[in-house]
Design a protein. Structure first.
Length: 76
C-alpha cells in the first residue's frame, strides 16, 4: 500500500502522483480521470480515448436537441 499526503496549492488541496505510479495504470500527463465516491473512498479511473469520444458525442447530441428550435427562430 502507498500513502500520499494532501498538499496545499493556492486555495485547494492536491495529491501529487509520480510518473511511475501513473505508468502502472497507463496514465500520462494529459490523462483525464473519472472520479467517483464509494463510501469514504475517492476512486480515480483514467478515461480511454474511446470513452472520451463517446462522451463528447453524447454531449453534442444533448446540445443539438436542446437548441434544435434556435436555427428556425433565427431564420424568421
Amino acid at each position: 500500500m502507498l500513502t500520499k499526503a494532501l498538499k496545499k496549492v493556492g486555495n485547494s488541496q492536491a495529491i501529487f502522483l509520480d510518473k511511475t505510479l501513473l505508468g502502472l495504470i497507463g496514465a500520462e500527463d494529459d490523462t483525464i480521470f473519472k472520479i467517483s465516491i464509494e463510501g469514504s473512498r475517492l476512486i480515480f479511473e483514467p478515461i480511454t480515448a474511446k470513452e472520451m469520444k463517446q462522451e463528447t458525442m453524447n454531449i453534442a447530441k444533448r446540445v443539438m436537441k436542446t437548441h434544435e428550435p434556435t436555427p428556425k427562430k433565427l431564420a424568421k
